[in-house]
Design a protein. Structure first.
Length: 304
C-alpha cells in the first residue's frame, strides 16, 4: 500500500488560490502526513543587481515569508505544517528540497490561478514530472475538490521486470487514492496489435481477423494479471485499441476522469508507461490532475 508521511507542496504565495495545498491538507487529514509548504524565489541575476539591491531582495524575501506564514495559518487543526522559501530555479530547488526532506509526495497547483481556457502544463510542471524521484501530484486548473473518478494507465503487455514493477507502483498508488477518497477507479491498458498495418496487407482477411482476436485476448489476460490481487478485487478495467496518448486523452474526456495516475520517465533510459514523445503530447494537452510515478531506483539528474 502506498503511504504518504511527508508531503511537500510548492505554492505561489502571491496567488489568490492554492488548490494543491487544499488537496494536501485533505490528504494529510486522512493519512496523518506532515505538510511542508514552499515557495521558490529566483536568485537576482547579475544584470538586475544594479536595480534590485540587497535591501530590495531582502524585502522580497520577507514578503514571501510573511505570505507563507499567513497561508500556513489556514491549515486544519492537528496537521503538522512547516514553511520554507527556496531560492534558485524552481524545478531544481523543489526536487532538491524533496530529496532533503525525504518527501514521499510533491504537490503543485498546475498554473495556479485559473485562466480561460486553461493553459497547458508549464515547463516547471514538466520538469517535475520527469525529474522528481518521488511521486508528483500536479493539481489541475479545474480541480473542485477531492478526486471522484481515477484512471490508472499501465503497460500490461511489457515483459521487462522494471516496467512490471512500475505497473504495480502505479496500481498501488491508484488503489490508495481510491480508498482515501472513496473514488471510482479504472485501470487502463492501451493496446495495438503488433505490425497491424504491415500484416493487414500480407494476410488473408480471415487470418488477420484471427490475429486481431488473439492479440486482444492476450492483452486482456495481461491486463487482468496486473490487477490480480485482493486489493484490486472489483476494480474496473478497460482495454483501449489506440496509441497510449490517444487512449489517455480520449478516456479522460469521455469518462469524466479527474485524476490520472501514470508512469513517466521521459528520456531517462527506462521505458515506462508513457515515455518520450507520448509523455510530451499527453502532458501538453491534459487539463486534469495527474500523479506521475517513477520506477524503483530512478535517480534524478537534478539531485547531486
Amino acid at each position: 500500500m502506498a503511504t504518504f508521511t511527508r508531503i511537500l507542496v510548492d505554492v505561489d504565495s502571491t496567488a489568490g488560490r492554492h488548490p494543491a495545498l487544499e488537496q494536501a491538507f485533505e490528504l494529510a487529514k486522512r493519512t496523518g502526513a506532515s505538510v511542508t509548504i514552499v515557495d521558490v524565489l529566483p536568485h537576482v541575476p547579475k544584470a538586475a543587481r544594479r536595480f534590485a539591491t540587497v535591501d530590495i531582495e531582502q524585502e522580497l524575501i520577507d514578503n514571501r515569508l510573511q505570505a507563507l506564514g499567513l497561508i500556513a495559518k489556514h491549515a486544519p487543526d492537528g496537521i503538522s505544517v512547516k514553511t520554507g522559501l527556496l531560492r534558485g530555479r524552481a524545478a531544481h530547488a523543489i526536487v532538491t528540497e524533496a530529496a532533503r526532506l525525504g518527501a514521499d509526495l510533491v504537490m503543485r497547483s498546475h498554473n495556479r490561478d485559473l485562466a480561460v481556457p486553461p493553459p497547458p502544463f508549464g515547463p516547471v510542471d514538466l520538469q517535475l514530472l520527469r525529474q522528481c524521484p518521488c511521486p508528483v501530484w500536479i493539481v489541475g486548473p479545474g480541480s473542485g475538490g477531492p478526486p471522484s473518478r481515477i484512471a490508472a494507465f499501465v503497460d500490461a503487455s511489457t515483459d521487462r521486470p522494471e516496467e512490471q514493477a512500475l505497473n504495480q507502483s502505479i496500481l498501488d498508488t491508484a488503489l490508495t487514492m481510491r480508498d482515501l477518497w472513496d473514488a471510482k477507479l479504472t485501470v487502463v491498458h492501451a493496446w495495438n496489435p503488433f505490425g497491424e498495418e504491415l500484416l493487414r496487407a500480407r494476410m488473408s482477411a480471415a487470418d488477420f481477423d484471427a490475429y486481431q482476436v488473439e492479440s486482444r485476448e492476450s492483452a486482456t489476460k495481461a491486463l487482468d494479471a496486473v490487477v490480480d490481487g485482493p486489493r484490486a478485487a472489483g476494480v474496473a478495467t478497460e482495454l483501449i485499441k489506440a496509441e497510449p496518448h490517444e487512449a489517455i486523452l480520449g478516456l479522460v474526456g469521455s469518462a469524466g476522469i479527474d485524476l490520472v495516475v501514470m508512469g513517466t520517465v521521459a528520456r531517462s533510459g527506462i521505458a515506462g508507461v508513457v515515455v518520450g514523445n507520448t509523455a510530451e503530447r499527453v502532458l501538453r494537452e491534459l487539463r486534469q490532475s495527474v500523479i506521475a510515478i517513477k520506477p524503483e531506483g530512478f535517480r534524478s539528474s537534478l539531485v547531486d
